[in-house]
Design a protein around this ligand. Sequence first.
Ligand code: KG4
Ligand code: ZN
Length: 337
Amino acid sequence: MIVLGIETSCDETGIALYDTETGLLAHALHSQIKMHAEYGGVVPELASRDHVRRVLPLTETVLREAGKTLQDIRAIAYTQGPGLAGALLVGAGVAESLACALNIPAIGVHHLEGHLLAPLLEENPPPFPFVALLVSGGHTQLMRVSGIGCYELLGDTLDDAAGEAFDKTAQLLGLPYPGGPAVAKLAERGTPGAQKLPRPMLNSGDLNFSFSGLKTAVLTAVNNAEPIEQSQADIARAFQESVVEVLTAKCLTALRQCGMNRLIVSGGVGANQRLRESLNAAAREHGCAVHYPRLEFCTDNGAMIAFAGAMRLKNRKTGNYGFTVKPRWDLAELVAP
Ligand code: KG4
Ligand code: ZN
């Protein structure tokens, strides 16, 4: 059964076709990064208007690439939340209307469930249960995952998300948006140990995170450093090391607490190479396995939405194409399909 996936929650239009029998058939993405770069962050109204321009042409692209037609699609999955209200409404509106026209079911998907399940699109997907680290621009969460829709929150950020901290650090260092890849690139040239930054909540005894104090420490370091590139690289490196060390330590604690040896990592920060190195080394040492999505599916994409939708399609009936979006939506509210 072929499912069309539509992701429009933020600044990427992602479209994909997933076949429940044979796997991913095609996917396409349009990133709005260039459009928002001059504003230093996402401008919601510009994002919505751009999704309007991209959704149907990208749908035609994936159908062509897969050698399929609209009539081959049996269901349409779209991101229902959380995200920017206007941007979500574009994907939801297109998905529900198209589903109505084709007389097939439409299904609203939780964006974070999409991220969480993205590693299952890869070869040798991990079986349930596992611990999941969700590290995106808006979220830093550890979850115990015992099946589709069975998500128990183990720890969360008390303030900024890890990706947000990367983005704000980039701003302080005068690097372009989005900050994660830019900070990671600059950090490669930093000298280990040249700058010292705190490890927030490392020894808090729970699985929560806090990154806003780290951002303040970066600001102080920037103000005290010489305005030369080496100092900036040292700060970028120290910042990345701090985030990576805290994330790694808390993942290990979560695995131990749950008595599990499988970790999956997803969300934009999951693309960070230093984080992957650190988690892989820690996992090897403790006899655990870590699963990641391929790099392009760490950040927002349509494939993860098509896949999450496909997992929830059982018993889905056609009809009732009314819809709402959920700009705020707690993942722990989901139930098994
Ligand atoms: O999952 P995502 O695409 O969007 C959300 O749902 O939030 O994540 C975007 C976040 C941004 O904060 C971006 O700076 C960060 O992921 N990011 C990275 C890297 N690539 C993207 N952070 C660190 N290292 C990276 N290589
Ligand atoms: Zn995302």
